[in-house]
Structures are given as structure tokens and as C-alpha cells.
Ligand binder design. Structure first.
Ligand SMILES: O=C(O)[C@H]1O[C@H](OP(=O)(O)OP(=O)(O)OC[C@H]2O[C@@H](n3ccc(=O)[nH]c3=O)[C@H](O)[C@@H]2O)[C@H](O)[C@@H](O)[C@@H]1O
Length: 480
């Protein structure tokens, strides 16, 4: 066969991993003609280019740090987030390659319910904080779950990989894929008949929207449309969709507690504006295609396996590391307050929303056969707490005082307070938040010290004695 020696040598060279060595080996062999020598060099060059391309597309696997501290880092995260949309085209870095027979088999296995009448749920953003917990809860009660996530580097992707491993250990496959990859979504719906989509993939973070505005449009607007499109026009039957909106849609609303009837036309951040846009887009898809759509307005969700960019998590890290934290106060000197909501309560709300979603009424050919449910609910805790109180609880649990800097809230999209009225969710699916901030943060800190292998003995001793632990820089290496 022509050039088979070249192909073999190239294959060997790739295994050896040394381009120069490969070239020398082949050059010293006198079996190849001049033309095949040239072809060999071209093959090696192409291989090296592919390796470089692969490396550029997988920056997250090389990075274990949390990047939000500098503009440059933020831009890096932004670029990586944008690049991640191409990752699915390269295939999955998890065990099963995208698109083949094995991939389809794995999707079908993971999507299959294990109880009579169980749901089959596609969870987007499944390696995210809320996505992981919901996927685990669905699986635990016997529903089928397939997750997707683009594993972008907005925050430490190794945490997302750890969540993916946790889900895999419970039988939930999480595919490396982007919601803007319409072809992949179609293949997923061809492979499995999902009854529901729990759409949680989004660009989160209120203040980061000033630094990377386009990522919010790409994920929260274009990505949402991509999911609605495939659900409306490709899926057969159409699934019901439950998706993550945000308490931030209340923006500058001053009526409290926030009710679903209050105005949401004054967003204070681009993040909030994209979530509000999502609610309008949901209305259009429900109206035109008969998709059953439920938006959930989450109120500052926190807990184990949480998001390192959120204040409670980043404050915990800073307290342990002895680094300063910045607390925002309103212009009139009041503490900012949040209706911090514990993850287990939010998971109950998400599952309740899925269970009561009602069916979509459209057909794949775009015909709507009747009105379908269009709902929106607050999922909050109903008791706002000053951020300073949250810090005091963390200090007690970690046994160490925070080094606080208090500044007037900058004009960065933040809002001074949030407070949920959850009567609609209570009425329609029995949502009743049951976790105080003290109890929830205790569970978060337990996880935090374990996950980052902190010196629990010293921290716990300090907390029990009410004394601050010794100020010492603690390594944040994650437990695997
Ligand atoms: O409820 C929501 O809709 C939103 O909740 C959070 O947004 P936020 O409430 O701003 O959560 P954090 O970023 O954790 O901030 C919590 C509180 O800490 C304060 N904060 C934050 C950061 C900081 O450095 N200092 C500080 O005092 C903020 O002003 C705010 O009052 C999430 O980050 C959003 O993704 C989510 O959509």
C-alpha cells in the first residue's frame, strides 16, 4: 500500500510524542523516497497543528484557578467561554465520543427512567451548581437524566469536572456540549424521547456582565432560543420545559416581598435584562408553538458544591486565606440584604415545577393544538438576611475573622435587597423553603473544608472554642 510506512512511522511518532525525534528516525531510514519524506513531514506538521489546536480548545483542563480577580483574567475567561462553544465539534472529553452508536446507547441508558411513570429529563448546565443537585435528585427518585454542559472556565472547571464525576457515579451521563450546538441537540432528541427539559445552562453572575456582556447574550438569549427551537420544531413529542430565570428581573422594583405580579421592566444589570428577555422569549414560544414553559426565579441559591464566584463562597475562601473581603453598602449606609435560598429547597422547587409542568401541545411540524401552560415562579427563602450577617456566620463556622473592607455599592448592576413571596409556588407544587441561613451555611462549610482538604481539626477547634484559627495560608487543592 503506498505510504503505509509513512503512516506507520507517523502513528509511532504520535505515540512517542516527540516531533523532532520522529523526523530524525524517518530521515535516517533509507527506505522512503524523497516524495514520501516530504509527505511524512507534512503529516507531522499537521499532527502538531492538531495537537496545538486541541490544547487551545481545552484551556480549562490546564487551569485550576478561579479567575475573576482581574480584568485580564476575566477577558481570558470570556474568550475561553466563547471558545467552549466549539468543543462539542471536537467530540467529548468524557468517556463516550459524540455521535456514534456507543454515544447513542449511553444517551438512551442515561435517559431511561427506572420507575413506572418516571420522567426522562434533559438537564442543561448539569455540571453547574443547581444542575448537579437537580440531576442527583431526579436520578435518586428513578427518573432518567441526561446532562449537558460546556464546562467553560467562568469559574474553576475542575469543580465542574468533579461534579460530573459525582453524577457519573450515580449513573448520570453529562456530555460536553454547548446549548448553541443545534445539531447536537437534535441528535440528542433523536436518540431519546425526553419528556422534560430542565434548562439551567446560562451565563450567571450579576456584576460580571459589565466585563463580558456578549457571553450573556450568547448563553442566556441565543442559547435559550436554541433550546426552545429544538424543543418546538425537532423533538417528537415536544417536551415540557422548566428553565432558570432569576430574582434579578425585579431590578429596581421597590415593592416587597417580590411577587410574580410585580413589575419586572427595570432591570439593573445586563444579566437581569437577558433573564427578562428570556421570559419574553418563553412567552413567544409558548404562544406560537404550544410549548409548556415554566420559568423559575431563583433567589441567591447557595450550598455545598456551590458557585465559587458567589459572595458566600468567595468570602469563605478569602477568610481562610486571610485575604480581605469587600462588603457593599447602599448609599444611605444600609447593609445589602439577600433572600439566600438553600440548594435543597430550590431542588424541591425545581422537581415540583417539573412534576406539574403539563404537556406541550404542539407538533414537530410547528402546529399548535391548543394552549399550553406558561408559568413563572419565585423560588426564594422569604427571609432576607444582611450580607454582614452571612459573613458573621461564616466567621463563626470557619473559626476565623474576616478582614472586611466596606465600600459604597458601586454602580455595577447590584441591587440593595431581594425578598421573595413564594405563595404561587406553595399553592401549585407545595414549595416550602425550610432551611435557615445558619443551617445551610453549616452544610456548605462542611463540604467546603472537605472538598478543599482544609485543616478541619484546626478550623473546627477554633469554631468550637469561639476563637479565630491561626491566620495561615491554606492550600485550596480540591479533594478528588
Ligand atoms: O438571585 C439571583 O437572581 C442571583 O443571585 C446571585 O446574585 P447575587 O444575589 O448578586 O449574589 P452574590 O454575587 O453572591 O452577592 C450576594 C450579596 O453579596 C454582596 N457582595 C457581593 C460581592 C462582594 O464582593 N461584596 C458584596 O458585598 C452583593 O452586594 C449581594 O448583596 C447569583 O450570582 C446570580 O447568578 C443569580 O441570578
Amino acid at each position: 500500500m503506498p505510504h503505509s510506512g509513512v503512516v506507520d512511522a507517523a502513528a509511532k511518532g504520535v505515540k512517542l510524542g516527540g516531533g523532532a525525534l520522529m523526523v530524525r528516525r524517518v530521515a535516517s531510514g533509507k527506505l522512503l523516497s524523497a516524495s514520501s519524506h516530504l509527505l511524512f513531514r507534512a503529516t507531522i506538521l499537521a499532527t502538531l497543528c492538531l495537537v496545538c489546536l486541541f490544547t487551545v480548545h481545552y484551556p480549562s483542563l490546564l487551569s485550576h484557578s478561579f479567575h475573576l480577580s482581574s480584568g485580564a483574567a476575566a477577558n481570558g475567561a470570556h474568550r475561553a467561554a466563547s471558545r467552549s462553544s466549539h468543543r462539542s465539534l471536537l467530540g467529548s472529553s468524557s468517556s463516550v465520543a459524540y455521535g456514534g452508536a456507543a454515544w447513542e446507547k449511553e444517551v438512551r441508558r442515561s435517559a431511561a427512567p427506572r420507575r413506572d411513570g418516571g420522567l426522562s429529563v434533559l438537564v442543561t448546565g448539569a455540571a453547574g451548581f443547581v444542575g448537579t443537585h437537580c440531576s442527583l435528585a431526579l436520578r435518586a427518585r428513578g427518573d432518567g437524566v441526561v446532562g449537558l454542559d460546556n464546562f467553560n472556565s467562568y469559574y474553576d472547571p475542575s469543580l465542574k469536572r468533579a461534579r460530573q464525576r459525582l453524577l457519573a457515579s450515580r449513573g448520570v451521563a453529562v456530555l460536553d456540549a454547548d446549548i448553541n450546538d443545534a445539531a447536537l441537540l437534535e441528535r440528542l432528541f433523536d436518540a431519546a424521547r425526553f419528556t422534560h427539559v430542565l434548562h439551567l445552562a446560562a451565563q450567571a453572575g450579576v456584576r460580571y456582565a459589565m466585563r463580558a456582556p456578549q457571553t450573556y447574550v450568547a448563553s442566556n438569549v441565543a442559547g435559550l432560543v436554541s433550546v426552545f427551537e429544538v424543543a418546538a420544531k425537532h423533538a417528537d413529542p415536544q417536551p415540557a420545559i422548566v428553565w432558570a430565570s432569576s430574582s434579578s428581573v425585579y431590578g429596581l422594583n421597590t415593592d416587597a416581598p417580590f411577587s410574580e405580579e410585580h413589575r419586572t421592566d427595570q432591570p439593573a444589570s445586563l444579566y437581569a435584562a437577558t433573564k427578562k428577555a428570556g421570559e419574553a422569549i418563553a412567552h413567544a414560544y409558548n404562544h406560537i408553538y404550544g410549548l409548556s414553559i415554566t420559568g423559575l426565579r431563583f433567589f441567591t441559591v447557595y450550598g455545598p458544591w456551590g458557585r465559587p464566584d458567589m459572595a458566600y463562597f468567595s468570602f469563605a475562601r478569602s477568610i481562610v486565606a486571610g485575604e480581605p473581603i469587600t462588603l457593599f453598602r447602599t448609599a444611605d449606609g444600609a447593609d445589602a440584604r439577600r433572600d439566600f435560598t438553600y440548594i435543597d429547597d430550590v431542588v424541591k422547587g425545581c422537581l415540583g415545577a417539573l412534576d406539574t409542568a403539563g404537556k406541550s401541545t404542539g407538533t414537530k411540524s410547528g402546529k399548535k393544538r391548543g394552549p399550553a401552560p406558561l408559568r413563572v415562579y419565585n423560588l426564594g427563602n422569604t427571609s432576607p438576611v444582611p450580607v454582614t450577617r452571612m459573613v458573621a456566620i461564616l466567621e463563626k463556622l470557619l473559626g476565623k475573622k474576616a478582614n472586611k473592607r466596606v465600600v459604597t455599592m458601586p454602580s455595577n448592576g447590584d441591587v440593595p435587597f431581594t425578598h421573595a413571596n413564594v405563595s404561587h409556588a406553595a399553592r401549585d407544587f407545595g414549595y416550602r423553603p425550610a432551611t435557615s441561613l445558619d443551617a445551610g451555611l453549616r452544610r456548605f462549610v462542611d463540604w467546603f473544608v472537605h472538598y478543599y482538604k482544609l485543616d478541619t481539626a484546626k478550623i473546627a477547634k477554633g469554631a468550637a472554642a469561639g476563637k479565630p484559627a491561626k491566620r495561615k495560608s491554606m492550600a485550596m487543592s480540591a479533594a478528588s
